[in-house]
Design a binder for this molecule. Structure first.
Ligand SMILES: [Zn+2]
Ligand SMILES: [Zn+2]
Length: 143
């Protein structure tokens, strides 16, 4: 349950089977829909919604996820039993952690603000909103 007011919000979440749980405190730094092939292949979904937090405020509270290096400098975690994709970290921004928005129990106040890596979007998926669409990361060419 996300809290509001002067206290920092606290979010809890976890995988589909319940083996892995996590908690993260603080306002999301960034949130976006990613269409890159690494995300879609890792999740089996047409796109992945991510929320970015201060890495120090994140902790797994139950279970031990599988940690996989999915591309150079990138670690993704998954539930070893049900396969839910949980987190993403990149060596170039070690103070941040991305959390799959779909696994947050009650994502009050977190709304994706753009689409990233639209250059790798699956051709059969049609974006149906008016958010900015970047070919790669924010600041890259608009798609
Ligand atoms: Zn699980
Ligand atoms: Zn991605």
């Amino acid at each position: 349950m996300a809290e509001t007011g002067t206290t920092q919000p606290t979010y809890e979440g976890g995988c589909h089977c319940g083996e892995i749980r996590y908690r993260v405190t603080g306002v999301a730094i960034f949130a976006a829909y990613c269409h890159c092939r690494s995300c879609t292949m890792s999740s089996g979904a047409p796109l992945v919604g991510w929320a970015t937090f201060d890495e120090k405020s994140f902790a797994f509270t139950k279970g031990l996820p599988t940690d996989r290096v999915s591309s150079p400098a990138v670690h993704r975690t998954f539930c070893p039993t049900c396969g839910s994709a949980l987190t993403y970290t990149h060596a170039e921004r070690p103070d941040q952690i991305d959390v799959t928005l779909a696994t947050v129990d009650d994502p009050v106040g977190i709304t994706p603000m753009c689409h990233v890596w639209v250059s790798e979007k699956r051709p059969w998926f049609a974006i149906g909103d008016e958010l900015p669409r970047y070919t790669e990361w924010p600041g890259s060419t608009l798609a």
